[in-house]
Design a protein around this ligand. Structure first.
Ligand code: CAO
Length: 367
């Protein structure tokens, strides 16, 4: 008989929690805990043979008694008993291609296997463990760390609808009339963010603890805009540094370089350090209408850009009094409410909307 254990040392368990399965060629028997307490010792390896009378685990009960949970004669008897099931259930199991033995004991009287046991209980194959452990990639480990820091931030979110038709038109012209054939919407949004930040520098700041001076605000001179990027390795957040000194064209070519590096897993430490504000274009992937982004500490603000979608504009045209279809996008801002109040975020968003809806203002800022 083979032992498959579900607990490890240090696990807190309650009475009737599943400790292990013992499987014979006829049946699988579930062994549950008779106590509440903590697992303090394991016996034998999961996936190896076990004999009757051998202990499975030691448990320190909540009343501080150390007890052994064993594989008993009674358990063994259950594993060697023939399966109980009606011919209809046997036929169904055959049709489903599952072994009846895997469902012993069933939920019916005397452990009889019932039809719903076949539907609800997951079959455990002879060799398969009930889970697999996989080491995290470096990207995943760094996401764990950064999201744990984000959990300390009280988030305030604000959403705005932005009409994208003028930017769509301008982008077409830039793509056909300049050498920049791949000119996405991101450079418009990045440039608009930097221009708007000039009026709202507190959104490009961090909360810091200064020795002897307590909690202070650190205003960053540079607009180092971090771009959430979906790469083959997972989420990366490379940065376009000093955006306030760059034209929309320089931003576009720098973004291309970062995307190429993200694709080839060659982003350097410099590429991902010292971001002061973040943007996440989730609209390039999903068609969802909303996404509330998570602020990346020590930054205080992030914007999520959703899909540009066509919709009916309920304001009639002044010239012909007709409704028109527009291309609209929702931007969702999240900010650290310890430092940023809702009014500031709403004003910043309003400024950003004006800039994106009048993209010539972005071209005109040729820094
Ligand atoms: N709405 C509609 N279409 C969009 C769009 C949007 N919001 N954003 C991009 N597109 C279109 C582009 O116009 C382009 O289409 P065409 O070439 O046919 O015109 C296409 O989608 C692909 O764009 P892209 O992804 O190559 O380039 P980009 O500059 O728009 O975006 C980047 C770059 C890096 C932001 C994006 O590729 C990406 O990785 N986005 C995912 C971000 C993410 O994962 N966010 C979640 C973070 S939290 O886990």
């Amino acid at each position: 008989m083979t032992l498959y254990r579900f607990v490890k040392e240090g696990d807190q368990i309650s009475e009737f929690d599943k400790i292990a399965n013992v499987q014979s060629d006829k049946a699988t028997v579930e062994i549950t805990s008779p106590y509440n307490g903590e697992i303090v010792k394991l016996y034998g390896q999961s996936g190896t043979m076990i004999q009757v009378g051998k202990p499975l685990v030691d448990i320190m009960t909540t009343s501080h008694q150390q007890s052994k949970i064993k594989f008993t004669d009674k358990d063994e008897h259950k594993t060697t008993k023939d399966t109980l099931a009606t011919p209809a259930v046997r036929g169904l199991a055959k049709d489903m291609g599952v072994k009846l033995d895997s469902f012993v004991p069933g939920s019916g009287s005397d452990g009889r296997i019932m039809k719903h046991d076949l539907n609800t209980q997951k079959q455990t194959s002879d060799t398969e463990e009930p889970f697999k452990l996989v080491e995290m990639t470096a990207f995943q480990k760094s996401m764990v760390k950064s999201m744990e820091l984000s959990m300390n931030i009280p988030h305030f979110s604000y959403s705005e609808k932005v009409i994208m038709d003028p930017a769509i038109q301008l982008r077409k012209v830039l793509q056909t009339e300049t050498s920049m054939t791949k000119f996405s919407f991101m450079p418009f949004w990045i440039k608009a963010t930097s221009i708007a930040l000039k009026d709202f520098p507190i959104l490009n700041a961090s909360i810091v603890e200064q020795d002897g001076q307590g909690t202070m605000i650190k205003y960053h001179n540079d607009h180092n805009i971090a771009i959430a990027m979906d790469t083959p390795q997972g989420l990366a957040v490379p940065i376009i540094h000093k955006v306030q000194c760059k034209s929309i064209f320089e931003i576009a070519s720098e973004l291309d370089i970062l995307m190429e590096k993200g694709k080839n897993n060659t982003l350097s430490k410099q590429d991902i350090c010292n971001g002061t504000f973040s943007l996440s274009n989730i609209g390039s992937i999903g068609t969802g209408i909303g996404a509330i982004p998570v602020v990346l500490s020590p930054q205080v603000c992030i914007g999520a850009l959703c899909r540009i979608q066509q919709e009916l504009d309920l304001n009639r045209n002044e010239s012909d009094n007709q409704y028109k279809i527009v291309s609209a996008m929702t931007v969702h801002w999240s900010a650290d409410h310890r430092l940023i109040d809702g009014a500031t975020l709403a004003r910043f968003s309003g400024k950003w909307k004006i800039l994106v809806e009048n993209p010539l203002l972005l071209l005109a800022d040729m820094k």
